[in-house]
Design a protein around this ligand. Structure first.
Ligand SMILES: [Zn+2]
Length: 94
């Protein structure tokens, strides 16, 4: 809709009353029960609709190696905690 003329504040506010963003919708994974975004892969088990799509273990190992290399260099390892946690979970599973 093209706004042609000056509108009152009330008119503008009325129009914008529908512009609010909705929160992200989460659902529980059918396989592991972890919460994930709707219509997205579960990053806890790497499955989408019961089918394995992402090799989670491979990904976490790769990420851990990357962080290790970064910390060896002397850079700050931001976000390293979460990756470590997931690897611990994976190892506990198996
Ligand atoms: Zn899952």
């Amino acid at each position: 809709m093209v706004v042609r003329m000056r509108h009152t504040r009330a008119h503008t506010a009325n129009r914008r009353s529908h512009h609010a963003l909705a929160g992200a919708r989460f659902t529980a994974c059918k396989d592991c029960g972890a919460k994930h975004l709707m219509h997205r892969v579960c990053m806890q088990c790497g499955k989408y609709r019961g089918r394995v799509v992402v090799d989670v273990l491979k990904k976490t190992v790769k990420r851990a190696k990357k962080i290790e290399a970064k910390s060896a260099k002397g850079g700050s390892a931001s976000g390293g905690k979460s990756a470590k946690k997931t690897t611990e979970k994976e190892t506990a599973k198996k």
